[in-house]
Unconditional design. Sequence first.
Length: 91
Amino acid sequence: MRVSKGTQDKLQKILESQGFIVRYEKGSFRGGYCVVHHQKTVIVNKFFPLEGIIQALTEVVKWVPITDKEAMPEELYRLAEKIKSEDTEIT
């Protein structure tokens, strides 16, 4: 996967299509993201470099179940399945 704003947007759209809210904020969390389970909210550390943001979103996509395939375009569904099925390399 390429490090670009477009990749970040695609990952965010995958999560949003499954009912998650993605927010970019500063936080006292150690990793790149924090998930508020009961609210389906993902908070990404806004001070991370783009590569770190993409890595954080990729990690969340790996464990989020795709329960509504029809809510996303086929291209995004294929990307989500690729991320889930293998170790995706960020380049």
